[in-house]
Design a protein around this ligand. Structure first.
Ligand code: DLL
Length: 433
């Protein structure tokens, strides 16, 4: 078995608990002193760093949610001096306000280390050529995988998304051994390769895919293997925690959460009480080592469970099961998070629209397609095709700018969309994972 850091990966339980406690204590001392947000939150909960005497005492600390990021936009959660920041990543939030995550140099190092460990766990190393097909830029997928793969000593191809035929040429010409991307994009890539007459097994060196940023299943893993011979691994993370960080190993039985970096809890979303291994609840993670943007008991909104027993790979870190759903209404479109509230917010920037809208999500080929149907105000109704097309283009642009993902827009006449007596049903999701 190849480990990236054998000592940390195979630490006995008691030693892990001791290390986690030390890290947590140092983190709490720091945020209690330096962060008005954390200081205020802990005071309100009636707890101070002195009350935390073991790692289990973490449950005395208050939770954090995505709304805390929105309410403290853009930089009220930053816990270091401005000159110590080296990067911001930005994703779309629950409303019009984006979620901004900041990093120090050490934060980027820690993140790259976590990714390098995860890539090692799926059998990748120095000899590999890793083509990163996640978006580069504000989204954490591209740069996260890039820095991790570089740290591993592999050759990195920063291909980013799209231009699929060219991606396949690169796979052939540069002898790519692994692709990192969303599962839906990877399946699309396999389809395009087939259409181009490229046999992945015979004509390429591709053997591993590192897929994540959206939910997928064991059936998809088997399907990918059957049609291409490629072994697909599941990588998980969120921008708030840094980005993609945690992965399954060669045993492919759950996502290892490096326990020296993060503390994992599954909680009952109603009561906030921690649940035992094997029980499903809301994934809650504390990153023990973050400097610029600490995340303490961050409720991700994802539904999962901690797997029971030990992993035969020898790593002692806890493993979580595949994400089976959300406790909120967040959608993931082509790997990008989309909240219906953010769609509404963006739509209402256009004075000619009403607040009556429906989001329809489906698959076009293998890729997600989002259609937003929205009603025009009566005074905006026109017979001019040109006028309608112009308005449609404006709305599509506002949505793309706000959500970082393209949506098709259909402008509907006033009073044509369904009305709801209770909670509005804004989303029709026709995708089958
Ligand atoms: O999606 C980070 C990432 C990039 C992960 C590349 C993996 C690969 P966000 O845009 O903040 O960050 O979205 C995080 O995406 O809370 C989950 O709901 C979902 N998600 C991410 N990975 C997986 C996965 C990135 N492997 C949100 N399976 C998370 C299921 C996933 N859902």
């Amino acid at each position: 078995m190849v480990y990236y850091n054998e000592k940390l990966e195979t630490m006995p339980k008691e030693e892990t608990a001791r290390l986690q406690y030390q890290e947590l204590k140092a983190l709490l001392d720091r945020v209690y002193r330096n962060s008005a947000f954390y200081h205020g939150k802990m005071k309100e909960a009636g707890v101070s760093p002195d009350d935390i005497k073991s790692i289990e005492d973490i449950r005395k600390l208050p939770f954090m949610k995505k709304t805390d990021l929105r309410d403290n936009y853009p930089d009220k959660l930053v816990c270091v001096d401005r000159e110590d920041l080296v990067r911001f990543h930005v994703s779309s939030g629950t409303t019009g306000k984006p979620t901004v995550v900041s990093y120090t140099k050490n934060d980027i190092e820690m993140w790259a280390d976590a990714v390098a460990r995860s890539l090692t766990a799926c059998g990748l190393g120095k000899r590999d050529v890793i083509q990163v097909c996640y978006g580069y830029g504000l989204f954490t997928g591209g740069l996260g995988l890039h820095y991790g793969a570089e740290k591993l000593g592999a050759v990195v191809i920063p291909a980013s998304t799209g231009n699929t035929e060219r991606q396949i040429e690169l796979i052939q010409d540069l002898k790519t051994t692994a692709v990192a991307g969303t599962p839906s994009y990877f399946i699309h890539l396999l389809d395009v390769a087939k259409k181009m007459g490229v046999d992945i097994r015979k004509d390429t060196n591709l053997r591993i895919a590192v897929l994540g940023a959206e939910p997928w299943t064991e059936e998809m893993r088997r399907y990918i293997h059957d049609i291409s011979g490629v072994t697909a691994h599941n990588i998980f993370g969120t921008s708030e925690l840094s980005g993609p960080m945690f992965c399954d190993c060669e045993e492919m039985h759950g996502t290892h959460i490096h326990s020296d970096i993060a503390y994992t809890e599954i909680i009952d979303p109603e009561t906030g009480e921690p649940l035992p291994p094997g029980e499903k609840g809301e994934l809650t993670i504390t990153v023990l080592k973050k400097e610029a943007f600490p995340m303490i008991r961050y409720r991700l909104g994802d539904v999962s469970s901690i797997l029971e027993g030990e992993c035969p790979c020898g790593r002692t870190s806890p493993r979580i099961d595949r994400i089976t759903g959300r406790v909120d209404d967040m959608l993931i479109i082509r790997g990008i998070n989309v909240f219906p509230s953010a769609v509404e917010h963006a739509l209402l920037k256009n004075p000619f629209l009403t607040s009556h809208f429906v989001i329809e999500v489906s698959r076009k080929g293998r890729l997600d397609d989002m259609l937003v149907r929205v009603e025009l105000k009566p005074e905006a109704m026109t017979d001019s095709i040109n006028g309608l097309m112009q308005m449609q283009a404006v709305v599509e642009r506002t949505l793309r700018d706000a959500l970082n993902v393209a949506a098709r827009v259909e402008l509907c006449p006033p009073n044509s969309l369904p009305r709801f007596e209770g909670k509005a049903k804004r989303v029709i999701d026709k995708r089958v994972i």
